[in-house]
Ligand binder design. Structure first.
Ligand SMILES: [Zn+2]
Length: 260
């Protein structure tokens, strides 16, 4: 059995090639690596150039709402994404996060997030690319902006928001991804119960911390997508082989991977 991890960040790992080797040994065939700012987008491109090909590395170029520094930096990052758009299977990680302490009560910071997100939605629409969305504390607004942009493909990554917005996400034809938080988070588990399998993607958000074997928290790798997968199958009470086939098909179709 092989699997695809649809959401990883490799740029800050001390030894990303070792992590990718472990992933390949563990049956991970492909990862989607998402940038969060100019430097991380550049690092991912460079990393893909020197990887050995044992895992397919597909790039999403983006500017994360938590990484917005100034209008000038946003413009520079959007310019870089446009110039390298041919390297990308998706735009992201993009979105709105109004939960950050420094954003919560700051209308200017919220507006900067909206502008960066809109810029990325416009690029996705122009180049017909899917968008990977990070939304927190601004779920409805993220959905409304996405819908208004006219893009066809979006995934709401690690969705933990309200069910009424989730219902509208599905009605709009968009997807939702789930992470290893399925092992412990009631909000994530509720999302998994609610969303039909053919609208789901599995991911790790590597290197987000997960519970290690002895209960301590350890950095995740793409191989941990199996944990997401097994937790999902348990929650939805579905057979693993059948679920795996659907999830891999979902990922390939969403990111337009070459047909095998
Ligand atoms: Zn992420």
């Amino acid at each position: 059995m092989t699997i695809i991890d649809t959401h990883v960040h490799l740029y800050d790992l001390p030894d990303p090639l070792a992590v990718l080797r472990q992933a390949a040994d563990g049956g991970v065939t492909d990862v989607v690596a998402l940038g969060v700012d100019l430097a991380s987008n550049i690092k991912h491109l460079e990393l893909r150039g020197r990887a050995d090909g044992s895992v397919g590395i597909h790039l999403a170029l983006g500017l994360h709402p938590g990484n917005i520094t100034s209008r000038e930096d946003t413009a520079a990052c959007l310019r870089y994404i446009r110039e390298n758009i041919g390297q990308a299977v998706a735009i992201g990680e993009a979105g709105l996060d109004f939960w950050y302490k420094w954003v919560r009560r700051d209308e200017v910071k919220k507006q900067e997030q909206r502008e960066a997100f809109q810029g990325q939605l416009d690029l996705a629409a122009e180049f017909a690319l899917p968008v990977v969305i990070h939304a927190r504390g601004a779920w409805r607004e993220s959905l409304e902006m996405t819908r208004a942009s006219g893009i066809k493909k979006a995934v709401f990554h690690w969705y933990s928001g309200p069910l009424d917005v989730l219902q509208e996400i599905l009605a709009a034809g968009f997807l939702v991804s789930v992470s290893p938080a399925l092992e412990y988070s009631p909000d994530s588990r509720r999302t998994a119960e609610f969303v039909p399998l053919d609208r789901l993607l599995v991911e790790t958000d590597t290197p987000v911390m997960v519970n290690g074997p002895d209960g301590t928290r350890v950095s995740s790798g793409p191989k941990d997508v199996w944990r997401t997968f097994k937790a999902l199958c348990a929650i939805k009470k579905i057979a693993e082989p059948e679920a795996l086939q659907t999830l891999n098909t979902n990922a390939r179709a969403f990111f337009n991977f070459p047909v095998l």
